[in-house]
Design a binder for this molecule. Structure first.
Ligand code: ADP
Ligand code: ZN
Length: 437
């Protein structure tokens, strides 16, 4: 296979060169950070009062971690490190776990961010002949404008369709010959189900690729989307604290996501001890941005769980790869004392062929015990009025789940399209148990 690079010099830079580049950028970021009251206090407390106090990349370890709550404490302008007049845009996180955090961009920051997103898009094999339908929420959420700008930078024809309204999405795909889409994986599954329902022939579309991200999904879900839509699906990872999309992305090898180390310094730590984990082991991703002057963020605890790959990638890029994110450390459910990540359930059910494209995990209190119910849509070709095969499917799902998660769940089957679909990130868990008891 021949691989195409958007910025060959940086994408294939030797590791020592990359490290020297990181050091230069880190010193710049320290300079900007010292202009914010939060970092000025934090950095001075550990003896850093000028960029020159950073002599090597290992000095980063002297700096305490930054959490989402730290960022919230500075709302709205506490983390702004340049003159307000030089800011041209702001974005905010989706607020999945509480009050959103705000990020500011200078003109150069937007340029840098855009070139990282363009690098990701181009690296999957896209070019200016492509028609790109950006089926994700626009607005404060970074996925809309971030991908939009990256797509334009590559020179593709960009359709800012936004999320939702599948009928209109199909019309756009047909009218303009869309070849590549960006969406959440849950929305892509919904699109596929709707396509069947509306009798749209896959072969009438020119779709070749999809970028899927913003929420966790399993390898089986990727394979399912690829098979059902007959496209290549590339995993896209980012977060607004680190600009948004364009932090880590799969190349054509589709085996782990290259994390762009000329834009971000990545560490993976044990979430309890905060010590680095050995390469290859799972822990929490910690990121330091190197490419944004308006809002520098140092050693940000993402809560996202992943691991580094240890071998280099066949594509020739030198930037380390991370495994697909299995979830956030705060997504973990404790059910009658057993720890469970929603992704473990997805991994099991998406590999069962009778299972349709949507599911919901419900946790309730029943007396003193926790009760786990997994609501699962079945494939549209399975008839809901024939109870015998349904009972067999239900039993199969229950047994397979129990074998894997060691909890005996209740399984409910639903017709295709019956469970709620979110326009933004999918809501996979309904936990009605009283908090903190
Ligand atoms: P919020 O933190 O409020 O959800 P963001 O919009 O910044 O706001 O979302 C970033 C988060 O989305 C990441 O920290 C991660 O948890 C999740 N995420 C983004 N892309 C992926 C992906 N490809 N796989 C798994 N999770 C992802
Ligand atoms: Zn690669």
């Amino acid at each position: 296979m021949t691989y195409q690079y958007w910025n060959e010099k940086f994408e294939t830079m030797s590791r020592p060169e990359l490290a020297s580049y990181q050091l230069v950028q880190l010193k710049k970021m320290i300079g900007y950070s010292l202009r914010t009251p939060f970092y000025a206090a934090r950095l001075k407390a550990v003896g850093i009062s000028s960029p020159d106090d950073i002599k090597a990349l290992s000095d980063l370890k002297r700096i305490p971690f930054t959490t989402k709550n730290d960022l919230r404490s500075g709302f709205p302008y506490g983390f702004l490190s340049i003159n307000r007049d030089d800011v041209i845009r702001l974005h905010a996180s989706s607020g999945t776990t509480g009050i959103p955090t705000t990020i500011y961009f200078s003109r150069d920051d937007i340029k840098n961010w855009t070139s990282f997103v363009a690098r990701c898009i181009y690296g999957t094999g896209c070019n200016k002949t492509d028609v790109f339908q950006n089926m994700i929420t626009y607005g404060l959420f970074t996925g809309g404008l971030g991908f939009h700008a990256g797509g334009e930078e590559v020179g593709m024809l960009v359709i800012p369709s936004g999320s939702g309204n599948t009928t209109r999405q199909f019309r756009l795909m047909q009218d303009f010959g869309t070849t590549v889409v960006h969406a959440t994986p849950s929305f892509l599954l919904h699109v596929e189900a709707k396509m069947k329902e509306e009798g749209i022939n896959r072969d009438s579309l020119k779709l070749k690729r999809a970028f899927a991200g913003a929420e966790p999904y399993s390898e089986d879900t990727r394979r399912r989307i690829e098979e059902l839509l007959n496209i290549d699906v590339f995993n896209s990872y980012g977060l607004s604290e680190m600009n948004g999309p364009g932090v880590a992305f799969e190349c054509q090898c589709k085996n782990g996501l290259h994390l762009w180390e000329d834009g971000y310094i990545a560490e993976i730590v044990n979430p309890d001890t905060l010590e680095p984990v050995p390469d290859g082991e799972t822990g929490e991703l910690v990121l330091t941005i190197l490419c944004r002057e308006a809002t520098p963020i140092l050693r940000y605890r993402t809560r996202d769980l992943t691991a580094f790959y240890t071998e280099p990638c066949a594509c020739g890029r030198t930037h380390r790869r991370i495994h697909r994110i299995t979830g956030r450390s705060d997504d973990m459910l404790i059910i009658n004392g057993v720890n469970l990540f929603p992704s473990q359930i997805e991994e099991v059910i998406m590999a069962i062929k009778e299972v349709g494209n949507n599911y919901l995990i419900v946790v309730e209190k029943e007396g003193v015990l926790d009760r786990l119910t997994v609501k699962v849509e079945v494939r549209p070709d399975i008839f809901m009025d024939d109870s015998r095969p349904l009972n067999a499917i239900k039993e199969k799902i229950r047994k397979t789940l129990q074998a894997s998660i060691t909890i005996n769940p209740r399984v409910e089957l639903h017709e295709s399209g019956a469970l709620p679909v979110s326009e933004g990130k999918a809501v996979r868990v309904q936990d009605s148990r009283p908090k903190d008891v």
